[in-house]
Design a binder for this molecule. Structure first.
Ligand code: CTP
Ligand code: CA
Length: 226
């Protein structure tokens, strides 16, 4: 009585999706984060279940309902996201989709007591976080990997550079400088790149973009297998 389809384009496939922002604690009352509602990742997880996949959703803190039929694994920091993703891929994964807006840096030290204001200026020392998507894509048993790139300029160039650098099978680019689309909006417009081509989708609802992305991903991941 699950909601999974047994005949969809992703039936029998195991998907892992990362979504939402990460939170990097500074002290007990503060953190660094990114803009991300999680809507695109949750819509993709939902569309993948409808296409017959078994879906693990690794999510940073968002205020969204858990999509029916999805195995939700909540995380907070980038380091927790990497751990949860590695474990989920160890359990078996055909397709890995990274929609999460991961904080690239975290505070070097966590202050266990609230930092009090003293001087007019203050600086915070940050260190690089691990890259979940690049780590998964570099595995000897790497699944079909899909990245997302939110850019404000030179969208196509930055996105295709990222696909090559991280050795991805696909990247979904969106121009977050377009007013009314992306981030907290319910609508989006994206261009999907793979090594031999590209396709633009939208502007339309995140649900219908998710359904078209799932169809494209199913098609391309099957081609790679053959
Ligand atoms: N990503 C990830 N782990 C990170 C950083 C990014 O898994 N620590 C994933 C994102 O979920 C996304 C893709 O990598 O699918 C691209 O993220 P983006 O922030 O655009 O790329 P970066 O490599 O971090 O480059 P920059 O922020 O400098 O543009
Ligand atoms: Ca980044």
């Amino acid at each position: 009585e699950g909601v999974a389809e047994t005949t969809g384009p992703l039936s029998g496939k195991r998907l892992v999706v990362t979504a939402g922002p990460t939170r990097e604690p500074i002290d007990p009352v503060r953190y660094i984060t990114n803009h991300s509602s999680g809507k695109m990742g949750y819509a993709l997880a939902s569309a993948a279940v409808a296409a017959g996949a078994e879906v693990v959703l690794i999510s940073g803190p968002v205020s969204l309902a858990v999509p029916a039929g999805v195995d939700l694994r909540p995380v907070s920091t980038a380091q927790e996201m990497l751990e949860a993703a590695s474990k989920a891929v160890d359990e078996g994964c055909d397709i890995f989709i990274a929609t999460a807006a991961v904080a690239d840096y975290r505070p070097e030290v966590f202050a266990s007591e609230k930092i009090k204001k003293t001087n007019d200026n203050m600086s915070l020392s940050l260190v690089r976080n691990p890259d979940t998507l690049a780590t998964i894509a570099a595995r000897a048993d790497a699944p079909f990997t899909v990245g997302f790139a939110a850019e404000t300029t030179d969208v196509a160039r930055y996105a295709t550079d990222k696909m090559q650098r991280k050795k991805l099978n696909m990247i979904v680019a969106n121009d977050v400088s377009v007013p009314g689309l992306g981030f907290s909006s319910d609508r989006n417009a994206v261009t999907v790149f793979w090594p031999e081509g590209s396709e633009s989708i939208g502007p339309e609802s995140k649900q219908s973009i998710a359904a078209r992305l799932v169809a494209l991903i199913a098609d391309h991941s099957n081609r790679i297998e053959q």
